[in-house]
Design a protein around this ligand. Structure first.
Ligand code: COS
Length: 403
């Protein structure tokens, strides 16, 4: 795997060291170990191995065993890019430790952070983020799971969550529920719920084209301490969006790793496959495919690490940068992988060939954590908001500081 982009000015020495060492570890420890016939076990093993090797320090703040004062978006992006190049399931296991704990890192009380973050960092405890519902995926403000007071110190959760990654194997879930302070987005709150809480059950497991642990969860009179709330009463939408602002950028990074792998596979194919008496790479149509992929990969990488660098440099919000990175990188990875499959001909759709696995793995990334269409809405709304703020004479781009 080529890490030439580490020389870009977005990175410092700690990022470069982390990326080089993770690449070496992943080559040795990840790819040969995965048993796709039992993804639950494979994920648990990956999380434990990554925790023991210290890689999960990238997703937890320093005070709780991590490597940075605050979540470092560039570090998580590098982790996802490198792991997804090697194996989609390894990226998934790494990312879920982050997504399922970031709301606690960002909004949890000291007690919640001290209780939940160290075992996530050590790989002893699997984390999950439970936002989506059967009737509320893209439209978060429509979610129907309720949290109602139960005595002075508890809330009672009732409802159904679906498409929950790590569902069925997680040790805790960050759950978003309607607390009713106001209609819509302003009436939601977030809670950490232990997986063994009475009233929380796995209603069904979900199988997908690129299998990973995924489930529908049911909450029936599930009693959760009020002290497990993240942020204030009614802050749930803000907690979800702030978490997604960080993690959408990293979904882009995972797509980047998959695209880089497809491009590397395509290059190998271009030099080893002979047709019409010459290597495939001698054909100008092959060269065009490779050149298009190279340009799109660099463009995506620039958007991703621009977003990460902006957040890590102290910007209050990277909503637009993060959506641009996720939208562009996931869509471009689909195109790059499709081109690679085409260059492989029939072998490209053969089970067991790497580009065939990449073709299945990329598809969900254009949907989860906000589908491409949602990212377009977020980007365009921000543009229109800026236009209204700046007035017609000063229309145009804006920096996060201006926002
Ligand atoms: N950070 C902080 N606050 C935010 C925010 C963000 N990124 N995005 C929105 N808000 C605030 C808004 O400013 C608004 O507050 P004010 O009314 O005080 O201005 C409030 O939250 C509601 O925002 P908005 O009006 O944009 O809410 P909508 O219901 O229109 O939701 C989208 C907009 C579609 C963008 C949102 O529901 C979304 O991101 N959906 C996709 C969810 C997703 O990723 N699902 C996958 C589940 S995880 S696998």
């Amino acid at each position: 795997m080529d890490l030439a982009h580490l020389e870009w000015p977005f990175f410092d020495a700690s990022h470069r060291r982390f990326a080089q060492e993770l690449k070496t570890w992943a080559r040795r420890e990840v790819a040969p170990q995965i048993d796709h016939s039992d993804t639950d076990r494979a994920c648990r093993n990956l999380v434990r191995a990554m925790g023991e090797a210290g890689w999960l320090a990238a997703v937890v703040p320093a005070a709780y065993g991590g490597s940075f004062e605050a979540l470092n978006v560039r570090m998580i992006c590098l982790g996802r890019e490198i792991l997804s190049w090697h194996e989609g399931l390894a990226d998934f296991a790494f990312a879920m430790q982050g997504l399922g704990s970031a709301s606690i890192s960002l909004f949890g009380t000291e007690q919640l952070k001290a209780r939940y973050l160290p075992p996530v960092c050590a790989g002893r405890h699997l984390a999950a983020f439970a936002l989506s519902e059967p009737e509320a995926g893209s439209d978060v403000s429509a979610l129907a799971t309720t949290a109602t007071p139960d005595g002075q110190a508890h809330m009672r959760l009732d409802g159904v969550k679906t498409w929950i990654s790590n569902g069925g194997i997680a040790d805790h879930y960050v759950v978003f529920a309607r607390t009713g302070e106001a209609p819509g987005a302003k009436g939601l709150s977030a809670f950490v719920v232990d997986a063994d809480t009475p009233g929380l059950t796995v209603a069904a497991r979900i199988e997908t084209i690129a299998p990973h642990p995924l489930a529908t969860l049911r909450f029936a009179e599930c009693r959760v301490p009020l002290a497990n709330r993240l942020g204030g009463s009614g802050d749930g939408f803000k907690v979800a969006m702030a978490t997604l602002d960080v993690f959408r950028t990293t979904v882009g990074a995972a797509a980047l790793g998959l695209a880089r792998r497809a491009c590397d596979e395509a290059l190998d194919r271009a030099v080893t496959r002979k047709l019409f008496g010459a290597p495939l790479g001698d054909l100008q149509m092959t060269q065009a495919a490779l050149a298009d992929s190279a340009a799109e990969i660099d463009a995506a990488a620039l958007l991703i690490y621009r977003a990460g660098w902006t957040k890590d440099s102290g910007a209050a919000s990277i909503t637009r940068e993060s959506s641009l990175a996720k939208m562009y990188a996931t869509e471009m990875a689909q195109r790059v992988i499709d081109r690679a499959v085409q260059l492989f001909g029939g072998h490209g759709v053969r089970v067991g060939v790497k580009v065939e696995a990449l073709y299945r793995e990329i598809r969900a990334l254009r949907i989860y954590e906000g589908a491409t269409e949602v990212q377009k809405v977020i980007i365009a709304r921000d543009m229109l908001k800026q236009r209204a703020k700046n007035g017609s004479d000063e229309a145009g781009g804006s920096s996060p500081e201006q926002r």
